[in-house]
Design a protein around this ligand. Sequence first.
Ligand code: M1P
Length: 252
Amino acid sequence: MAFADRQLNELVLFDVDGTLSLARQSASTEMLNLLKELRKKAAIGFVGGSNLVKITEQLGSNAINEFDFAFAENGLTAYRLGQELQSQSFIKHVGEENYKKLVNFILHYVADMDIPIKRGTFVEFRNGMINVSPIGRNATITERNEFEAYDKQHQLRATFIKALQEKFASYGLTYSIGGQISFDVFPTGWDKTYALRHVEKEGFDKIHFFGDKTYKGGNDYEIYTDPRVVGHSVTNPDDTQRILKELFFKTL
Ligand code: M1P
């Protein structure tokens, strides 16, 4: 259905983890059905920090067609009505030599970390960013929860980030803790507001954004506070549903 046929000339964008689904888990059928109904009223899109493979595991293998806009890696991988849009890449921006220095430092730092358990994939190389995890991305859900609690106590990720900020100050990078076991590293400005470049020219009357990490330092903060957007801060996917029903489905 063309945007012009929707009841409202508005776009509703959603963060994924903690907003449409629990962290790294699938969105509920109830949530997906509500989004289907919402799409009849307004254009909808997701803006996730994760890569597209992970997001489609959570939102369904056909997610790029079930949302009008699909933005993975903060919009560095982007689709409009199922068609891929042009994007930039982290490695081109940073350069091979600089990247090598960065990743070598990270791997040494992880090797020296004394934490209860380690798994595998400590650096995930993505199109628009790298993702760094002291425990490793292969951790199970239980191991994730345990690491998150341990990190709350010991501030491992915050300390790691501080070391990187000092060592690589000249790189112009932003470090963002968006999930439970890792942090994202991307060129400054390539936060979730990057996705807005892809929708600006569509001329929507209003762009909503729903996210759970809307506090300063959270990976939804920049887009949530962007003047082009009406931000909605949620506590979990149930809260997202409650606000959506209130805003778009209230019968008078
Ligand atoms: O979408 C939020 C974050 O989700 C994952 O974080 P973690 O594995 O630490 O829970 C990652 O995909 C991360 O890139 C992303 O920002």
